[in-house]
Design a protein around this ligand. Structure first.
Ligand SMILES: Cc1ncc(COP(=O)(O)O)c(C=O)c1O
Length: 415
């Protein structure tokens, strides 16, 4: 007898929860949304959680005395526990800071820890496949502190070169910061192995989970990471909210990144002491509705089942790559379908990715052209841009067929 986690998704039912997927985007054409790595769509129950909050609870948090404020505070605080639970952080809210997005999580650690701790001679190890949100942040903090940044190479098949990783992670390494899943190649990086390597050399490790948390179950404790960040808008949640996990003792010891109200314990004219985590890192009025709705998104993903979502995306990406590989004028970047997450970046010979995306748009197919915020990786790949189709739980094989039909159309137009 199959367990529920082995049952395929009921895509029809799932799509009913995302009315935007029925949107006519011109000429009576229904949108084919394959830009999920940029931002995912939001199910009704998450939208309802936001509007219910504004209709029924709206008040500032930080434990005001009145009823609404207490209710808002409780729901917002509990949301931290819920997100900690989603990614396997047993310390609950003491290990979960709400941020604006993954980028802010990276900056929080780069400023809060890096700016104070890094010195000339120290090394921060990244990978050639980092998103600009990690690469630029560490690059700039390194410039300010005199630290060096090194990059683990990517091999021909789109995997991290782990031999190179073992060469460059060493006694001077203070931080290893790695994308869990590459937003351009779809590569799933061996975070646990990198965490062991980093820790052997008394370094910290930060994993960027922007493309992981939405698509498969994550356990930060099993991975052994020190910090882990993700974005709500890529995981069926609202924009303007994300999470930063940090081990309890690390966050407790770290200095705040932003200052202001709500993050203090005692303020005098010449000194201030900080509130506990997470408040210490959440200065000012936080994104309350968004935080509460993000907890609803976590419930939604768990209700559907992240294992089932992962399996569904794997089927879609296998199908898409099978079809794309049948053309010899298409170059695909990254590892084989059974070793990647649910996205694929490619180029069609003689057609710029922007032109391709524009023709796709004429057919209501939404993909992303460009460098996907990985310019240095595109230099390594030998191209300025690529076209990326990225899948999520509500996508279908028919939509992949529409993608292929639009590519056929582009080929004819540019022949
Ligand atoms: C791997 C990766 N890291 C970080 C980010 C940045 O996410 P955000 O713009 O939500 O901060 C993205 C966004 O595409 C991403 O794919």
């Amino acid at each position: 007898m199959s367990t529920r986690s082995e049952e395929p998704l009921d895509i029809g039912r799932i799509r009913d929860e995302f009315p935007i997927l029925e949107r006519d985007v011109g000429d009576g054409q229904r949108v084919v949304y394959l830009d999920n790595a940029a931002t995912s769509q939001t199910p009704d129950r998450v939208v309802d959680a936001m509007s219910d909050y504004y209709r029924g609870t709206n008040a500032n948090v930080h434990r005001g005395i009145h009823h609404l404020s207490q209710e808002a505070s409780l729901a917002y605080e509990n949301a931290h526990d819920r997100l900690a639970e989603l990614i396997g952080a047993s310390g609950g809210r003491e290990e979960m800071v709400f941020t604006k997005n993954t980028t802010e999580g990276l900056n929080l650690v780069a400023y809060g820890w890096g700016l104070r701790e890094l010195e000339p001679g120290d090394e921060v190890v990244l990978t050639e496949m980092e998103h600009h949100s990690s690469l630029v942040t560490w690059q700039q903090i390194a410039k300010r502190t005199g630290a060096d940044v090194k990059f683990i190479g990517v091999d021909e098949a789109g995997h991290l070169d782990m031999e190179h990783a073992r060469e460059i992670i060493g006694p001077d390494t203070e931080m290893v910061s790695v994308a869990h899943v590459s937003n351009t190649l779809g590569t799933v990086n061996p975070i646990a192995e990198l965490a062991d390597l980093a820790h052997e050399h008394d370094s910290f490790i930060f994993a960027d989970g922007a493309q992981a948390v939405p698509h498969h179950s994550v356990d930060v404790e099993e991975l052994g990471v020190d910090f882990y960040a993700f974005s709500g808008h890529k995981m069926c949640g609202p924009t303007g909210i994300g999470g930063l996990y940090g081990k309890k003792d690390l966050l407790a010891a770290m200095e705040p990144f932003m200052y202001g109200g709500g993050m203090v314990r005692k303020v005098e004219f010449d000194r201030t002491t900080w509130a506990d985590v997470p408040e210490k890192f959440e200065a000012g009025t936080p994104p309350i509705a968004e935080g509460i709705a993000l907890a609803e998104a976590a419930d939604y993903l768990d209700d559907v089942g992240l294992d089932r979502i992962e399996r569904h995306e794997r089927e879609l990406v296998e199908y898409a790559m099978d079809r794309l590989e049948s053309f010899d004028d298409i170059e695909i970047y990254g590892p084989p379908a059974d070793e990647r997450a649910g996205l694929v970046s490619f180029n069609l010979d003689g057609v710029h990715a922007h032109d391709l995306a524009s023709i796709m748009n004429d057919h209501a197919v939404a993909i992303r052209p460009g460098d996907h915020c990985t310019q240095p990786l595109h230099d390594v790949l030998g191209t300025a841009a690529s076209a990326r189709a990225s899948f999520y739980l509500y996508n279908t094989k028919d939509e992949v067929d529409e993608l292929i039909a639009a590519i056929d159309e582009a080929r004819e137009l540019f022949a």
